[in-house]
Design a protein around this ligand. Sequence first.
Ligand code: S3P
Length: 435
Amino acid sequence: MSKFIAKPSNSIYGNLKVPGDKSISHRSIMLGSLANGVTKISGFLEGKDVLSTLQGFQNMGVKIKRNGDNVTIYGVGLNGLKKSLVPLNFGNSGTSIRLISGILAAQTFDSELYGDESLSKRPMDRIINPLIQMGALIESNNGKLPIKIKGGQILKGIHYDLPVASAQVKSCILLAGLYAQGETCIKESILTRDHTERMLKGLGYRIDTNKNKICLTGGAHLNATKIQVPSDISSAAFFIVAASIAPQADITLLGVNVNPTRTGIIDILKLMGANLSLSNECVIGGELLANIRIQSAQLKGIRIPKDLVPLAIDEFPAIFIAASCAKGETILTNAKELRVKESDRIQVMADGLNILGIENEVFEDGIKIQGGVFSKPSSTIKSHHDHRISMSFAVASLRCHYAIEIEDVDNVQTSFPNFVELANQTGMNINLVSA
Ligand code: S3P
């Protein structure tokens, strides 16, 4: 089990390109595999989570070649997948398992899906219930993994009001809808990331996206195309927070995906007084990109607006570090979903902040953080199998006067394999110690 020893540093500078977006990389493999023709992907994230998706489709007979961050997929069409000879293992990746279940529910063959200790604790009933309504046959371990999906079912389109603000659930139903008889419509009362909708359009599938209602009709096909994956704002988030809290900083993050369903971190930090600006905005493959420049600033505590919560859902561990360095208190509510991520991110972050001497109060659906100083020497934090916890506490070292040790950080490989290298390039001082 590896650990980070993150030592204090005062100033961080430079232009950085963080790796490709995880959500878009997953979808590029899934939709590229189901398309007719050859899909060429560039800027693909070489993280463990998306490699689990890639391996899953290879196991189902899709020829996929990867050369670093370039991937070529020889699509088999919507009905060309084959039964995997082994149960499909999706490791730590909720996105893989939840989205692929929508596809597998409509295949002629049976499938078995499982994951690691963290993924096995996460709720799967949120996708099983709507899929069963569509006609799927699924067995689970009380709504958790492993799940068995029975092949040979005829799916019917449904009209579904999303009970949780979840792009994974929305995408799972849309992917099942590609195979279903008739129309599938999803209503979301709170906006969630829309990469599936954008990529389906990019591959020539007709999908109506009208305010909060998304509809498609099964039975058409996807056409292969070129996909350029932009940098992941969820990875950029660690440097956005790092540059905001560092005593001296000037960082520019290049070509980051600033799709408006993902930019909650920017809006929240601006409300907190961050010194942040966007430039060179452009659209590539239906996704919006920009360079983000951040310089250090004295942040202030805020009450985080409810509608920004799903738009920053993966960034809260990093935002909590920003809140710890802000003047005054920051209050987050309506964020119960954080309890069912790779770890219970409300409790795990609260425990870590307590260890560092930051006062906080935990609610069922959020947290109150009193900004202060990291004050307890020789601190050891546990990541609880969660990559974003590992990286968030590494960033906290910018405002510590002592080294922080973060245990069990191999999980950083799931989403941001070169995190340490890039962080140290800016002037941070993180040592990866392999056990
Ligand atoms: C994702 C959606 C989010 C996010 C996850 C990736 C996606 O999950 O937390 O990291 O790619 O669709 P939920 O949809 O469950 O909120």
